[in-house]
Design a protein around this ligand. Sequence first.
Ligand code: PBG
Length: 335
Amino acid sequence: MSKLETDPLPGADRLDLPDRPRRLRRLDSLRRLVAETRLTVDSLVYPMFIEPGSDLERPIEAMPGQSLLSPDRAASLAAEAAALGVPAVILFGRPRFKDETGSDAHSSDGAVQEAIRRIKDTTPELTVITDVCLCAYTTHGHCGILDGEQIDNDRSVAAIAEVALSHAAAGADLIAPSDMMDGRVGAIRQTLDDSGHPDTAIMAYSAKYASAFYGPFREAADSTPAFGDRRSYQMDPPNAREALHEIELDILEGADIVMVKPALAYLDILAAARQRFDIPLAAYNVSGEYSMVKAAAERGWIDEQRVATEILTAISRAGASIIITYWALDFARGH
Ligand code: PBG
């Protein structure tokens, strides 16, 4: 028998481990020091829904804490967002009327165009992004122009480029097409360049999936398709390589920032896109991801603040440098 077995030294019953990772988890300060992901308000974009009219604030039932805002109210909230350090807002327009082609979407005096002007007047330092789509403006609720019950891709692209131009003319800094028609990024780039807006940037909803997580948003925007669904233009959830192809096409067409949407069920797509492409990558933490947490927190089942922070951290860890989230203001306020 060796000496060690008969007469153990103090501590010799300790496991002989190559490392003890728990050493770096002992203190909050130490955990902060070794954190690999540092989420700050600088990454966040706050979405706002713009309702025609003035002095209006209509709470959205399916998205507790969010409201439809008239342009004047939106400008006040945007100023507050900027004061809290939020670098950008993204605006979703609501129409004064709907028609087959969504023509109110490109009116120079539409609600969204008015909100852009007011925000840039009162808070010029805030980056104003606009969602460009037709679905809230068309009677049928589809994101493009129809030929019978089919989407006419190329006519849709022309209409969408016209909407983008009206936003740029009103002063938008970044145009974000969310329609998923083929070729719209290139058409928007060309239209903006040809009409004296070469510095207006494009954030493309490049890999946007046909997702059930948009449910609460569609209540807010009143944009549920009257028939069918969006599967002929938005991506099919099983596909990952196709997402990288869509992103690559948008970059080739001139996108300055690309996006994956939704975020949580698509973190693998974000991570793959981060590996492959070098331009800024955005993720949309969509309405369903927000409302699920709100609903569970209301029942006392989860802690909203902790869950929201965990979700945003995960999206950032997966590779998004820009996160569009309904929690942006709460996060900036520190709760
Ligand atoms: C418009 C659009 C949608 C969202 C952003 N832009 C809805 C849709 O495609 O049906 C969803 C945002 C969210 O759920 O928070 N095309």
